[in-house]
Design a protein around this ligand. Structure first.
Ligand code: URA
Length: 266
C-alpha cells in the first residue's frame, strides 16, 4: 500500500503520526540488533542541522569507550565563541535523543542584548513547529505579562527587551517532563548561552528551570525571592502554563513582574 501513495500523502501520514505522539520509527519486520557489528569507538551520529566543521569535531574519548555525553557537551559548548556558533554546536551535538523526535532545534528568541534573559523548560508543540521558544498559548500569556511592565521580546532598547531560551532545545515526546540525563547534557550549553548573551539578570520560569539552574525545586516557595544562579541575580517565577491553569496565581505573577521592574529601575 505504501508504494502506491504519493510522496505528499506519505508525508501527510507521517506528520499525522507525529502529531499523535509517535516519536520512534520501527520497521515492518524485526531487526536482530545483536547481529549488527559492534559500535565504532567514535560514533558519528547524524546531525539534524548542518553545522560548521568546527562544531562537528569528532567526540573525544579513549579508544573503545563511548564519550561521556556531559563531558562532550562541556567541550562543545566551551568551543562556541558566539551565539550562532553555540547554536551550531547544539545542532551538531549527537548525544541527546530528543533531537530525533523533534522538528526543530528551538534555540532562542528576542533581543540577545537584553538586560533580562528568561529561561523556560522546553519547547511544546507550537514552539517545535515554529522553531521559537514561548510562542504557544503560554508564550502569548508571557508576552502579555511583559507588555504590562512595558517590556517585549522584540524591543530594540535592551532596557525594555528580553531574550528567551529553554533548558531543553528540543521538544520532549508528548510534552513529557525533561529527564535528568537530558538536563545534565544540556546544562553546559545553557550555561554557555547565558555567558555569551551576558544578561544582567535571569528569570527562571517554573520548576524545571529552577531545578536546572539552581538545583532546587518547589516553585511556589521559590518564586518572588531573588537568589543567585550562574553568577547572576535570578528571579524564579510561576510558569505561564501554570498561570493558564491556575488563574488565581496571577496575583503572585504580577507581584513578581513588579519586583523585576523595580530591580531594573523603572
Ligand atoms: N513552555 C516552556 O517552558 N518553554 C516554551 O518554549 C514553551 C512552553
Amino acid at each position: 500500500m505504501l508504494d502506491q501513495m504519493s510522496p505528499e500523502a506519505l508525508r501527510a501520514a507521517l506528520e499525522w503520526q507525529v502529531e499523535l505522539g509517535c516519536d520512534t520509527a520501527v520497521e515492518a519486520s524485526p531487526v536482530n540488533r545483536f547481529a549488527l557489528p559492534p559500535r565504532m569507538p567514535a560514533p558519528a551520529r547524524p546531525a539534524a542541522d548542518p553545522a560548521p566543521a568546527s562544531a562537528q569535531a569528532a567526540p573525544a574519548g579513549p579508544i573503545g569507550t563511548d564519550p561521556d555525553p556531559v563531558t562532550e557537551a562541556e567541550r562543545m559548548a566551551a568551543g562556541a565563541a558566539t551565539l550562532p556558533a553555540l547554536r551550531d554546536a547544539l545542532a551538531a551535538y549527537p548525544w541527546c535523543d530528543l533531537r530525533l523526535g523533534a522538528r526543530s532545534l528551538v534555540f532562542a528568541d528576542g533581543n540577545p542584548a537584553a538586560r533580562v534573559m528568561i529561561i523556560g523548560e522546553a519547547p511544546g508543540r507550537e514552539e517545535d513547529r515554529q522553531g521559537k521558544p514561548f510562542v504557544g498559548q503560554a508564550g502569548q500569556l508571557l508576552d502579555r505579562m511583559l507588555a504590562a511592565i512595558d517590556m517585549a521580546r522584540d524591543a530594540q532598547d535592551p532596557a525594555q527587551a528580553v531574550y528567551i531560551t529553554n533548558v531543553l532545545p528540543w521538544r520532549p515526546p508528548s510534552n513529557r517532563d525533561p529527564d535528568p540525563a537530558e538536563v545534565a547534557m544540556m546544562l553546559p550549553f545553557l550555561r554557555r548561552h547565558v555567558e555569551l548573551a551576558a544578561p544582567e539578570l535571569l528569570i527562571l520560569m517554573g520548576n524545571h528551570a529552577c531545578g536546572a539552574v539552581l538545583n532546587r525545586r518547589g516553585i511556589t516557595r521559590l518564586r518572588g525571592t531573588w537568589t543567585e544562579g550562574f553568577g547572576l541575580p535570578v528571579l524564579p517565577m510561576l510558569h505561564p502554563a501554570y498561570l493558564l491553569r491556575q488563574t488565581g496565581a496571577k496575583r503572585e505573577a504580577w507581584a513578581d513582574l513588579l519586583a523585576l521592574r523595580a530591580r531594573l529601575g523603572a
